[in-house]
Ligand binder design. Structure first.
Ligand SMILES: [Cu+2]
Length: 70
């Protein structure tokens, strides 16, 4: 199991939380995705076949920019 926390500054409300948790959670291999609206972060836990690229792609697919993390 890989766990990562991504910062997505455009997260600002519960609608963001629901749409992002739904989109990421639907990816095969994702154990959980939890958005913290106040911190604008997403904590994800996943195994193969999911990759971090898939997860970033799902976030971008919802219309959010994912800046370089680090
Ligand atoms: Cu929102």
């Amino acid at each position: 199991m890989t766990e990562k926390t991504l910062t997505v500054p455009e997260i600002h409300c519960d609608h963001c939380k629901m749409s992002l948790e739904g989109a990421i959670g639907a990816l095969p291999g994702v154990e959980h995705a939890m958005v913290d609206v106040e911190k604008a972060t997403i904590a994800v836990a996943f195994d193969a076949p999911a990759t971090i690229e898939d997860i970033v792609g799902a976030i971008e697919g919802q219309g959010y920019e994912v800046p370089a993390q680090g």
